[in-house]
Design a protein around this ligand. Structure first.
Ligand code: AVI
Length: 340
């Protein structure tokens, strides 16, 4: 059966307006703090998503290659998790779907009864994905949702009554700090049903040089990706950042366990942002913190699952054990005796 892959966007126009307002508010608050900071969630406008696609192809960015290896080695094991059930394969932050294609291909070849429902905030990325999916998998059913993850999941909760297998791949969780990841996972737990499954990616702690090279690539794409945040402020909020007066810097903090990225002001300067009616001053060598990319110990993953109401079903590794896709099951108990 041929299924035309649709995109549901502008699910709620108010959310789009809010997205713009929250960007403006976060920029105002973040650049007024000491030290200054901007959230990495704003990296992903259409240009940022395109740059991230290029990062995934970089030889130094081992994460994507490792996760592709995980999925190739474990596609049958993942299919077994949902054997004989009608289910939604929900993907949060699908990007161009190259990793998920490995799974989709396998599930379709087994004639499993599922719908693929990617949720992504970038309309550009979603259009690209829908185009790829239509070409590659004419028999694939489902719809793409352009929305914030939880708005998308709430909409899904209202319309579907199937088991959910949610994918949150690519170490996306690593971009949240400890409490943000707990809040995120607990929100996910709240929107899912007992027995639903989550597969989430974790980049494991490893050789520091190897991790550092992944965020300081020789072609300068990661630099461009980081600086795009300032360009986005110029484009969307009427800022006048002079991009070549800032430099990209990324290093591993052994104590926090994260690769941390910054934009460092190369000189004393003032930047005006029209939409905020506000001027921000920078001293020479003053940093803006832009991203955490947390790396995990196995014990960190166990603690996180336990703290947020999930049970670990399986740990799926790549051949070098650099990366793990961790399979978690939602556990909702009705009596205190069932608590593990
Ligand atoms: C999307 N996220 C998991 C990437 C990471 O590795 O933290 C974003 C990225 N930042 C720099 N390079 C890639």
């Amino acid at each position: 059966m041929a299924c035309d892959y649709k995109i549901l966007s502008n699910l709620d126009l108010e959310n789009l307006v809010n997205e713009k307002q929250s960007f403006a508010l976060d920029v105002l608050v973040g650049l007024s703090e000491t030290p200054k900071r901007l959230s990495s969630r704003y990296f992903y406008d259409d240009r940022g998503s395109e740059l991230f696609r290029q990062i995934m192809d970089l030889p130094e960015y081992y994460l994507t290659k490792c996760e592709i290896n995980v999925l190739e080695r474990n596609r049958e094991g993942i299919a077994e998790l949902v054997e004989d059930t009608r289910f939604n394969l929900v993907e949060l932050g699908a990007g161009d779907g190259r990793k998920t294609s490995i799974l989709i291909n396998h599930l379709l070849s087994k004639k499993m009864d599922f719908k693929y429902i990617p949720i992504d905030i970038s309309e550009g990325a979603m259009k690209e994905l829908a185009k790829n999916l239509n070409e590659k998998f004419p028999s694939l059913c489902g719809e793409g949702i352009v929305a914030e993850y939880f708005n998308g999941l709430k909409w899904l909760g209202k319309t579907a009554s199937r088991k959910n297998l949610v994918l949150f791949l690519g170490s996306n969780l690593g971009n949240f700090n400890k409490s943000q990841s707990r809040v995120f996972l607990r929100n996910l737990w709240n929107t899912l049903n007992n027995g639903d499954l989550l597969i989430t990616g974790f980049d494991l702690k490893k050789d520091i040089e190897l991790m550092s090279r992944a965020y300081n690539d020789s072609r300068g794409i990661t630099r461009e990706f980081n600086l795009n945040l300032l360009k986005r402020i110029n484009r969307e909020l009427g800022g006048n950042f002079e991009i070549d007066k800032f430099r990209h810097f990324s290093s591993y903090d052994v104590f926090s366990g994260a690769m941390e990225s910054y934009l460092v002001s190369l000189e004393k300067q003032t930047v005006y942002i029209k939409a905020l009616s506000h001027k921000f001053t920078f001293e020479a060598w003053e940093p803006i913190h832009t991203e955490y990319s947390y790396k995990y110990l196995e014990s960190n993953i166990v603690d996180l699952a336990e703290a947020t109401g999930f049970v670990i079903e399986k740990q799926l590794y790549d051949s070098k054990k650099y990366f793990v896709d961790s399979v978690w099951r939602v556990l909702k108990v009705t009596s205190p005796d069932e608590v593990i």
